[in-house]
Design a protein around this ligand. Structure first.
Ligand code: NVA
Length: 318
């Protein structure tokens, strides 16, 4: 197991599945992190996703797995278990950096053990659990999108708040990652953790920035107005501003991401990425940079909150 950036040749990867995916019963963590903008808690759905969503998501994941295998990438899957949330987005729960697998202290209580469904595929695993006391959640965020959901009570972050670029890791401070989480990560890895804040308050970094190769990234222009908002060395990188996403819609009332999940691409290597099949404007922009795009279906990317980057964790990448 070894991977330290987002673009080297991919050799082995975990691909999630949608079996038993559910929205957990509302608790303080879910209310503050996922639904701070919802006025009436009673409108929040809970329980398993509709079977049609689960079946179609699994069908699209199988198509993706076939594609990866044809590209000579070895694919492993999480166990199918009863779960409190889902095993659709393994990217959220584990970062592989060099030869370490870090199961991050996820702030949602329902997700604390999610990595266990695929830990048998991980080496040199560092699991970090936390208490998740009520003091970790900032009640002032309810109805106020400028206040983040997490306090600094204890380190908490999802793995998908981080992108890797060899010696540098970009860490987003948001509802799904606090500053103490960045310090914890810095104590584990020998790369430099570079913190970015104030660009996006919600879950995860990978619909805001995508690293395409050393020195080139894709940016979300609705969140990053100027590259100088990024820390060193990324503020000196070349970048492509992503075109407006093609909105693929969602299965009412389950909306787990914005249409910008269009940017949530997976690099097979620095010349080939996998994109959701309707994202033609983005394909054109990437092809201008010499990056070929495999266009594959992921019908429930918005419903379930993840496209090809989220539904994977790379285990081996050159
Ligand atoms: N929360 C992000 C998606 C993360 C893959 C968004 O809604 O854009």
């Amino acid at each position: 197991m070894h991977s330290q950036n987002e673009w080297g040749q991919l050799r082995k990867v975990v691909v999630g599945h949608a079996h038993n995916a559910r929205v957990p019963e509302i608790d303080t963590s879910l209310r503050h992190i996922n639904y701070a903008d919802v006025e009436d808690e009673l409108t929040i759905p809970s329980g398993t996703y509709p079977q049609i969503v689960i079946d179609e998501a699994n069908e699209d994941l199988e198509t993706f797995v076939d594609f990866l295998e044809k590209e000579s990438v070895e694919v492993v899957r999480p166990n199918i278990t009863d779960c409190n949330y889902y095993n659709y987005c393994p990217r959220d729960s584990v970062i592989v950096y060099k030869d370490k697998a870090i199961a991050t202290p996820m702030p949602l209580r329902a997700r604390r053990n999610e990595y266990q469904a695929y830990e048998h595929h991980l080496e040199n695993l560092h699991p970090y659990d936390i208490i998740r006391s009520d003091a970790l959640y900032n009640t002032k965020c309810l109805g106020d999108k400028d206040t983040l959901a997490l306090t600094e009570e204890e380190p908490a972050f999802d793995a998908a708040n981080v992108l890797r670029a060899n010696d540098d890791l970009l860490y987003l401070v948001s509802n799904s990652g606090n500053k103490s989480g960045a310090s914890l990560l810095q104590s584990i890895v020998d790369g430099k953790v570079r913190v970015v804040e104030g660009i996006y308050s919600y879950m995860h970094l990978d619909s805001t920035v995508a690293f395409l190769r050393d020195g080139l990234m894709l940016l979300n222009p609705s969140r990053i107005k100027d590259v100088s908002q990024l820390p060193e060395p990324f503020c000196h990188w070349d970048y492509i501003m992503a075109p407006e996403p093609v909105n693929i819609g969602y299965h009412e009332p389950y909306k787990n991401s914005s249409p910008w999940v269009s940017m949530n691409l997976l690099s097979i290597n620095e010349k080939l990425v996998v994109l959701e099949k309707h994202q033609e404007p983005l394909r054109k922009a990437l092809e201008k940079q010499g990056i070929e795009c495999a266009m594959l279906p992921m019908r429930h990317a918005i419903t379930l909150g993840g496209c090809f980057h989220c539904v994977t964790v790379d285990l081996i990448r050159d």
